[in-house]
Design a protein around this ligand. Structure first.
Ligand code: UDP
Length: 326
């Protein structure tokens, strides 16, 4: 039986990857330090004999006994408010964590896929973004800790490929949404849905003319799965090119939830990218992949998930103490 290590296993994407690889018949080792992940996302897997969980911070030396066939590195805080609270950990997991996992891949002769991001393009000056675009990132801005860690991650991954000959894959993930997003992680999908369900006004940052392109999680997982089993080593964008302004998206959520709440405007966060849309020509050509689930279907499924939360979860504010993490 093939064995896969998934870091960030208790997070949004990591937990969906665990499900997919379990369903494909692999033995899955999940790893997470649970700073931003939640065991609730994978508690249904603990009873399975093909699933193990290690509570570990991959920024520190990573040991896994026995053979390992694949590594998927998905551990990282992933929302702007998290980067502000835990900037050093964000830098470390993308850089030191990636280094440790590349070392593990070399030791085990395993193939490794690392989660990169559309944030490597920063506030992009070309539109839509192709993989050949080098990006426009402010190294010292609030998002720099994430963006630069991910850019370093791509560099060191390529270096391990060319210098050590290990098998590497790089996915550049665009805004993804779906069940198991953290309600209070500050990102726009859970923010708007949470506000609508609590009967609060929806907070649009800036004038709402900035755009994003939202991909449903199942489509993303399919793209990642195909990339892992392809033989392509350069980065591949995976995302849904259907672009929308944040102001229009707020209206969509108001309609979908049937709330009579209003939109209120708040200041645009520093270095918030004005536009973002993946060019997915490469994914289509190499992986024969394109998204299948449109925004209305995907948002309905996501809304159902948030509706299934308890009242306590819906109203819980995020006040986790991060100060003990080094
Ligand atoms: N946004 C917003 N209101 C919110 C949360 C986010 O208008 O309550 C905006 C945010 O400024 C950005 C967009 O929605 O322009 C997407 O933000 P998110 O944090 O989801 O992802 P990212 O900026 O990393 O794409």
């Amino acid at each position: 039986m093939k064995k896969v290590l998934i870091t960030g296993a208790a997070g949004f994407l990591g937990s969906h990857l665990c499900d997919r690889f379990i369903n494909e018949g692999l033995h899955v080792i999940g790893m997470d330090n649970l700073i931003t992940g939640d065991l609730k996302n994978i508690e249904h897997l603990f009873k399975l004999k093909n699933f193990e969980f290690y509570h570990h911070d991959v920024s520190k030396f990573v040991h896994v006994p026995g053979k390992l066939d694949y590594i998927l590195h998905f551990a990282s805080p992933a929302s702007p408010i998290d980067y502000l609270k835990i900037p050093i950990q964000t830098l470390k997991v993308g850089s030191l964590g990636t280094h440790n996992l590349l070392g593990l891949a070399k030791e085990k002769n395993a193939r490794i896929l690392i989660a990169s991001t559309s944030e490597v393009y920063g506030d992009p000056l070309i539109h839509p973004q192709t993989e050949d675009y080098y990006g426009n990132v402010n190294t010292i801005g609030p998002r720099g800790v994430y963006d630069e860690a991910k850019r370093f991650q791509e560099s060191i991954t390529m270096a391990y490929h060319t210098y050590h000959g290990i098998e590497t894959r790089i996915v550049r993930i665009f805004n993804t949404y779906g069940p198991r997003m953290r309600l209070n992680d500050g990102r726009v999908v859970p923010a708007f849905i949470g506000q609508a369900l609590r009967g609060e006004d929806l907070t649009v940052f800036g004038d709402g003319s900035q755009t994003r392109s939202f991909c449903y999680v199942d489509d993303l997982i399919e793209g990642i799965y195909r990339l892992l089993f392809s033989d392509y080593v350069n980065p591949v964008n995976i995302g849904n090119p259907n672009e929308i302004t944040i102001a229009d998206f707020a209206e969509e959520i108001i309609k979908l939830t049937g709330t009579d709440q209003k939109v209120i405007y708040k200041p645009l966060p520093v270095n918030d990218p004005l536009q973002r849309q993946p060019d997915i020509t490469r994914a289509k050509e190499i992986l024969n992949w394109e998204p299948k689930i449109g925004r209305s279907e995907g948002m309905k499924k996501t809304l159902d998930y948030f509706k299934s939360l308890t009242k306590e979860e819906l109203y819980k504010s995020e006040h986790k103490d991060f100060s003990s993490y080094s």
